[in-house]
Design a protein around this ligand. Structure first.
Ligand SMILES: Cc1ncc(COP(=O)(O)O)c(C=O)c1O
Length: 426
């Protein structure tokens, strides 16, 4: 396996979108990337004020300890203890320059033979980092679109049983790219499987406080019992401050498990070689999360995504040829084509230069859902991501709930609906 596995389509498609925009002279509706700020969300004034004050303090320009600022780790550990009854020591928390950094170290520090099984579809940063480290294709368990994207636990148990190299199970909850929120019973069963086969768990919980439609999100820390586990959390989506590059790892049950302890220490050592993570965002976390407005602001924000999720269901729900599970968490929706897509399918592209460019990209080798994505871009200037680029053999695409402007949002989703109908019947 070579560099080909390290494809991050969410960003690579931007170049194609930019070319379409240049050739057509029209702007693109960027539905490819999960950046709320880029899609027009404003941080509340009180949050910005906290950051502005922190910028005035000299200490925020200094290095921080390798694990991260002590007061911030104490704040997070104490909060977890108070709200979830989970006992972790502040030293069980390690900060990173965004979860992208943490994810790379989680897989990079594993023994080369040790594999982590993850969901399909999956956020590609995980699957690529895991596969690149192992030098083999990702090992996956299915999330089933026909069952609200719930994991196929029989498949998971079987794969774990018959593959001795599997050392860990990864879950993203709430999930990217599906928007699924996994109920407690599912998480309980995954913990059971980990326990039965002596595995550790990795829970990517970057969207943990972004849940709606009356769903409740169970934290890994609430169900983990005595299984060794790592939870990944961050502020990129939650504040939202993706440009701050700040996320952290919470380690559960490392005492008493020498091998796991050694693994976590190697992650810390790898971070130490880089000195530390960015100080400023760490510094403001206790002030922002401890602010009187924080909880209400989150409720308000989640109700926005709930409204968006309902509208997606209304606009796309009536198309019999696709499966759409309206998201309950995070801010993505993954649409699956039920029928096999054929090479003949297409959309009308009015601009000849754009048509030429896109026809050149749509060779017979490309996945049909990629052709759909290119045609949607060329015919309607909407940029989504093919589902097959999420370690997945389902044909479909992912888009977001992030557009803040109501009329733009309506235009985008009506454009997607019309594009689907035209492509399938074209
Ligand atoms: C599931 C998941 N994990 C991790 C990340 C990376 O986040 P960060 O900005 O902290 O690197 C993302 C970003 O989209 C994500 O969706």
């Amino acid at each position: 396996m070579g560099a080909g596995e390290l494809v991050y389509e969410i960003r690579q498609i931007v170049e194609i979108g930019q070319n379409v925009s240049r050739l057509s002279g029209k702007p693109i509706a960027w539905e490819n990337i999960g950046d709320p700020v880029q899609k027009g969300e404003k941080l509340p004034a009180w949050m910005k004020e906290i950051i502005v004050q922190a910028v005035r303090e000299d200490s925020t320009y200094a290095y921080s300890p390798t694990r991260g600022l002590t007061e911030t780790r104490e704040f997070l550990a104490e909060r977890l203890n108070r709200e979830k009854g989970v006992r972790i020591h502040p030293d069980d928390i390690i900060f990173f320059n965004g979860l992208g950094d943490a994810v790379n170290k989680v897989y990079g520090q594993l023994r080369r033979e040790a594999r982590v099984i993850g969901p399909t579809p999956a956020y590609p940063t995980h699957s690529s980092a895991e596969a690149a480290h192992a030098g083999y294709q990702p090992i996956t368990y299915k999330l089933d679109p026909a069952r609200g994207w719930m994991p196929d636990l029989d498949e998971l148990r079987n794969k774990v049983r018959y593959n001795e190299s599997i050392a860990g199970i990864m879950i993203i909850n709430p999930d990217n790219p599906t928007g699924a929120v996994f109920p407690r019973e599912i998480l309980d069963q995954m913990v059971r499987i980990a326990k039965d086969y002596d595995l550790f768990l990795v829970g990517d919980e970057i969207y943990i406080n972004m849940v709606y439609n009356g769903k409740k999100c169970t934290h890994l820390s609430e169900v983990v019992g005595d299984v060794p586990a790592i939870s990944l959390k961050g502020i990129s989506k939650e504040f939202p401050w993706p440009g701050g590059r700040c996320g952290w790892m919470e380690v559960y049950n490392q005492t008493g498990n020498k091998m796991f302890q050694k693994y976590v220490k190697s992650i810390l050592d790898a971070k130490m070689l880089e000195v530390c993570s960015t100080t400023l965002p760490q510094y403001v976390i206790p002030r922002i999360m401890g602010h009187a407005e924080y909880a209400n602001w989150q409720v308000e924000r989640n109700s926005f995504f709930e409204r968006r999720s309902r509208r997606v269901a209304e606009i796309l729900g009536g198309i019999p040829e696709i499966i759409v599970n309206p998201p309950d968490g995070a801010f993505y929706v993954s649409v699956v084509f039920k029928q096999e897509l054929s090479n003949r399918m297409r959309m009308r592209i009015d601009n000849p230069a754009v048509q030429n460019y896109i026809d050149g990209l749509c060779t017979s080798e490309i996945e049909p859902d990629r052709k759909f994505v290119y045609h949607l871009l060329a015919s309607r200037n909407i940029c989504v991501v093919p589902l097959t680029s999420f370690v997945c053999n389902l044909q479909g695409f992912r888009c977001t709930l992030l557009e803040r402007d109501d009329s733009k949002f309506e235009e985008i989703y009506h454009g997607i609906r019309d594009g689907i109908l035209e492509f399938l019947n074209g």
